[in-house]
Write a protein that binds this ligand. Structure first.
Ligand SMILES: [Zn+2]
Length: 315
């Protein structure tokens, strides 16, 4: 008698677990049901995009994507709804809904496998990682660009054990100190336990030979971008210096809800994109449309135009 409720409870749990994993699996794999062709909100089919930067093997990883309504609650908070609508319409975007992407990057650099950020949760980042031919246990270094939940969420598995069992950790000193001082439940749970296995960098600090930290403060107190250089080629990982290809890259002064210091974040965008435009260097943006790769052209009035990478990095 006393086993029955347990069984019911158990089967209920596994049904929920099953549904949850199916959802995560479908999202991660981008494989919808039979109706996938008609499902406008399905993830793109590809969940990893591989290319090389000199000797480095690089893949961007689609760790999640979702539609978000009323994007002007987040982007362009300091411009009128009319302006937001007009800019969006002129660029073929709806202004009442936006698609968000979450895109960690993995780099094989000699014997090191360096993962930049971990997405919202472990399942989200490990699915595309494995699709790229890398097991979580292969990752030797996890770099955290900053401490927001969509970047640190995949550090621990659901059972609380580390997702990347053989990794050491690297992050910006300013960023770590700011969050450690402030205290934050998610930071305390996901990041602080790794502190003893963590190396802290300043502007210009090196992760491994050819991968260098670049201060990009503003989004968070110590947010860092990373420059990859190998064999005369370059790629900048801008993380969250800009979180939308039009509303932030196109209009660096448009205020963004998630930028902790809005003026500093705008200044960082202008400096970073000014440099990338002048040097014609491609970049990965964690929240750019997957595969997250683009160039920028300078436009008048401190504005920029995002040019998605097509096949350039395949050659
Ligand atoms: Zn983010």
């Amino acid at each position: 008698m006393d086993r029955k409720p347990t069984q019911e409870c158990g089967s209920g749990l596994s049904r929920r677990t099953l549904i949850k994993s199916a959802t995560v699996g479908a999202l991660a794999a981008g494989i919808g049901s039979q109706t996938a062709l008609a499902d406008g909100h399905a993830a793109p089919n590809a969940i990893k995009h591989g290319f090389t930067v000199g000797e480095f093997e690089v893949a961007t990883l689609l760790a999640g994507t979702r539609a978000v309504e009323s994007p002007q609650n987040i982007f362009g908070m300091n411009v009128s709804a009319d302006e937001f609508d007009a800019v969006s319409a002129a660029n073929f975007l709806p202004s009442d809904i936006a698609q968000f992407f979450f895109t960690p990057t993995v780099v094989r650099a000699g014997d090191e496998v360096v993962l930049f950020d971990t997405g919202l949760n472990a399942a989200g980042v490990t699915a595309p990682l494995v699709a790229a031919g890398i097991q979580p246990s292969d990752v030797t270094i996890v770099v955290l660009t900053h401490m927001h939940g969509d970047h640190i969420g995949g550090l621990l598995m659901e059972d609380g054990s580390p997702t990347f069992a053989n990794a050491r950790y690297v992050t910006g000193q300013v960023e770590y100190d700011a969050w450690a001082k402030l205290g934050n439940e998610r930071f305390d749970q996901k990041v602080r336990p790794f502190a003893e296995n963590m190396t802290f960098l300043g502007d210009g600090g090196s992760v491994v030979s050819g991968i260098t930290a670049h201060a990009a403060f503003g989004h968070t107190p110590g947010h860092m971008a990373y420059r990859l250089e190998s064999g005369g080629e370059q790629l900048m990982l801008i993380a969250d210096a800009a979180n939308h290809y039009l509303w932030s890259v196109g209009f660096p002064d448009w205020e963004v809800k998630f930028d902790q210091d809005k003026a500093a974040a705008a200044q960082t965008r202008k400096a970073l994109f000014g440099m990338l435009a002048a040097d014609r260097v491609p970049f990965v943006g964690f929240h750019m449309p997957f595969p997250g790769l683009g160039y920028v052209e300078a436009r008048p009035d401190d504005r920029f135009h995002y040019v998605p990478v097509s096949y350039q990095l395949m050659l």
